[in-house]
Design a protein around this ligand. Sequence first.
Ligand code: THU
Length: 391
Amino acid sequence: MINGILFDMDGVLIDSEPIILHAAISYFASLGLSVRKEDFTPFIGAGDRAFLCGVAEKYGLAIDFEQARDELFSLYEEYAMEVGPLHGVHRFIANAKKAGLKIAVATSGAPRKVEINLKSIGLSPSDFDLVVTGSMIKRNKPAPDIYQLAALSMGLPTQECLVMEDAINGIHAGKKAGCTVCALTTTFIPTELFEAGADLAVTSLDSFEDFSSVGMFNQQLESMIGEDDGKITYGAGRILPASGVMQTREQLLRLAIGEAYAKRKNAYAPYSQFKVGAALLSAATSRVYSGCNVENSSYGATICAERNAVLNAVATEGSLGIELLVVVSKDSPPAPPCAECLQVLAEFSRPETEIHLLDTVAAEQEGKGTHLVYTFGELLPYPFIFPSMRL
Ligand code: THU
């Protein structure tokens, strides 16, 4: 029986990982060091010291941690005020309070970061029964200490606590502490989350229906963990995400960009001369499927690159959940999927599915040209799904 919820903060309540990465890259740039986003991956969720010093060490740079952290936070505060809470945060917290569940924030981040983050999403520490930060414990995540301390301080056994986590290190910490772990797909793909030991994965706290008692919440949780055995919703379908895939999300994205760029060369576009290449990443297998546009003498019979990629994937796998989609064109700004493609994509996408739009320059060389990233929910906020298929 779950009686308490322990929320990790970054990537659970607020999508702060991109902001902290941006701030950290700016910080190292101010020291004349050009570091990459991937350099930070092993240190996500492991506390600020590991985050900063880990990368500095990799490049053989000696930094003063305290000073570095102050500078990082100044940059961070500047960027953080621009973002809001992740989907469903306020509704879920209101439900949990109404139900009488105890709630805590348990984050490796520093108190100052907690303050900035909660403020930027319209919450304050007093909205929680407890806030535990990295400075109160010796060993950071992936050690179980922070979740053990949070449960203990709330007077609950860890077995009665549900941890909400987005990071691999945090999932390890929650499981080692003896908690049930619900992973959010903000930062890592489902494959990686389940490999780390997550009991279930949801795209956001919005995946939970309203509840008003501890019993109702536990019932809902059990059905989410038990029946679907880790499956998550993509449009009209539920997909069990791939396991055992060793490539990182960044590597898979680069692979998809390469495929979309290569397929664009095969576009059959004698009427418009407008060549498009698309590639998608299948959530079930982490395989990439691609397509190009194929035009027709009867113009309306034209198939766009995106739908070609979708058909390719379904023909091979039989079902589909799209983890991310890449579209390459020579347009400025790079072309988004047309409305007809968006409707087809809705059948197989989550609101959080990333849509990467690149011009050919960006596809040829990382960091050049224009590479825009949207979520599917931004491009089509109100998709139509046939009533009996709504899950
Ligand atoms: N097209 C695509 O393949 N995908 C898009 O995202 C936009 C448009 C194709 C359809 C047609 O062959 C050509 O571009 C011009 O409309």
